[in-house]
Write a protein that binds this ligand. Structure first.
Ligand code: PMP
Length: 516
């Protein structure tokens, strides 16, 4: 606008701020639209008395109208968009590339046409810098030509339908959680959402014909503690009474579980994170799983909520925990309908846009589908398909999880090494060394957890509130602190861990002095 050499500076024109903002907005990320509109405005607007060509909002609106932003497959806009797409690839701007790709696909552009342009770019623009680019582009073009957006059975994944998920996604998830694909329903992105739905349905409609829980005087759930706060939030939300069951190094205290479940008909479920548990990283022992499968609950509609969120989340290649598959074990024990198994790829691909699933018996599936078919016409199959195409099979998931492990392992080890070095032998707390999962738990002396978290906060280290891993946010001993090491860099985490151990020492000294 003001550049005399490359622009229209010699015209002595000026543009109002609101006109500029409008053009930036309406140009849809394509600066050429805005530049064209400005050029048109300058060339077609009369000079004012002050000798300046003023482009105001009305002029800008009129000029951009002449260059429609609608996507017209046959006309100019088709070429504008594909050209912007190519220039974005050339400019190595993945956000812009995704934007124009999405725009073209949304408008119904032929995917083969787009794939051809990508091949041309890979060959002509990228070729010398990276000869592999062409191979990748050609492979993608071939795949899309031969396979398209359809899944194995020919279903177009962009359309409605396939209530329980596409078959290949069931196979992939089935391999991941060691279940028959026929026992699986694929949902949207969130397993927590499935758990919520499962409880909501049991409240309003019961479980396989049982009395809806909302009609009962009392409904109770067993909650192994410490556990996952969001499980407890769901049960609290529905007014379900929660009973703490202590976690042992082998899993929940099964003597207590067996005793309570067999005597009390109002106990309708138990929350379990059986592998690399949240927050301690404990994996249930074989005996624990077998005892679960052999439970004799007083309530026919008692279900085990088996949240296998960390099923493939090993930190080590060889030294891994193993968990007995619960569905098969329950079937063998004559309790085929007693378990709902949940999982998702939230900690594998994307939290918030992964794929989640439930696995359970045929009877339970039938019960669930009565609700599901009213609730939705089908979940996001494009997302299911992209997960399948990205991983291909369980080996793809395993390889991918190795990369996560490579990033997480040093963080876990740094923390537990520091605990060993700084806190080992002092008698001021205990911790496990998880072989997988996402958390480390530090157990302080009784009555110190809140103090440690508060001290750390004062020093700039924000942690999960003490008490969070317990029903109603109440840790009876005020001793459990959940540490989530995944997000910060190793450097920041090291500083945070140093601060944390100092806070533990201070809080422990205060406690010891108080008792003297
Ligand atoms: N279960 C457990 C044990 C978790 O730790 C988490 C995430 N922190 C979830 C479920 C949530 O999973 P999703 O994103 O699939 O709802």
């Amino acid at each position: 606008m003001y550049d005399e050499k490359k622009g229209m500076g010699s015209y002595n024109a000026a543009i109002d701020d609101d006109a500029l903002e409008f053009l930036a907005d309406i140009s849809n990320g394509d600066a050429r639209n805005a530049l064209n509109a400005i050029e048109l405005g300058i060339l077609t607007t009369d000079r004012s008395d002050d000798g300046v060509i003023h482009i105001d909002l009305a002029t800008a609106q009129e000029c951009i109208q002449k260059r429609s932003v609608r996507y017209d497959k046959e006309g100019d806009n088709h070429y504008d968009t594909i050209s912007a797409f190519i220039k974005s690839m050339r400019g190595s701007d993945p956000d812009a590339v995704s934007y124009y790709l999405a725009k073209m696909l949304y408008a119904g552009e032929d995917i083969k046409f787009i794939a051809r342009r990508i091949m041309i770019c890979a060959s002509e623009d990228v070729g010398n810098a990276d000869p592999n680019a062409l191979q990748v582009a050609v492979a993608a073009a071939q795949a899309v030509e031969r396979i398209g957006m359809t899944c194995e059975d020919g279903t177009d994944c962009r359309n409605y339908g396939v209530l329980d998920g596409i078959h290949e996604a069931k196979v992939l998830i089935g391999d991941m959680i060691e279940c028959n694909p026929d026992n699986i329903i694929i949902y949207g992105n969130s397993s927590l959402n499935i758990m919520y739905d499962t409880i909501a349905r049991s409240m309003t409609h019961g479980v396989m014909g049982s009395t809806p829980w909302c009609k009962l005087d009392k409904v109770k759930f067993l909650c192994p503690v410490p556990g996952y706060d969001r499980h407890f939030a769901i049960t609290e939300y529905f007014g379900i009474e929660m009973i703490n069951v202590p976690m042992l190094p082998t899993g929940p205290d099964m003597d207590m579980v067996e005793d309570l479940v067999s005597k009390d008909e109002s106990i309708k479920g138990i929350w379990c994170v059986p592998k690399y548990s949240n927050p301690q990283g404990i994996t249930y022992s074989d005996e624990t799983v077998r005892r679960f499968a052999r439970l004799k609950p007083a309530a026919k509609d008692f279900r085990i909520y088996w949240d296998n969120a960390y099923c493939v989340h090993h930190l080590y290649d060889i030294d891994q925990d193993h968990l007995i598959e619960i569905l098969a074990e329950c079937k063998r024990a004559g309790n085929p309908d007693m378990v709902y198994k949940f999982c998702s790829t939230s900690k594998i691909t994307f939290p918030g846009s992964g794929v989640a699933a439930i696995a359970t018996s045929a009877n339970n599936l039938e019960d669930i589908k009565k609700q599901l078919k009213v609730q939705t016409i089908g979940h996001d199959k494009v997302n299911q398909l992209r997960h399948v195409r990205f991983f291909k099979n369980i080996h793809g998931i395993t390889e991918h999880m190795r990369k996560h492990a490579a990033s997480l392992r040093p963080k876990f080890e740094m923390i537990t090494d520091m605990f060993d070095k700084e806190l080992g032998g002092l008698g001021v707390g205990t911790w496990y060394k998880p072989k997988g999962g996402y958390f480390i738990t530090y157990e302080t002396l009784e009555g110190c957890a809140k103090n440690v978290v508060a001290k750390a906060k004062k020093a700039g280290v924000v942690m999960t509130p003490a008490g969070a891993p317990f029903p109603y946010g109440k840790d009876p001993k005020d001793s459990v602190i959940r540490i989530a090491p995944s997000y910060p860099s190793l450097e920041d985490l090291t500083t945070a861990a140093e601060i944390f151990v100092v806070c533990v020492k201070l809080a422990s000294i205060e406690k010891i002095l108080e008792e003297k």
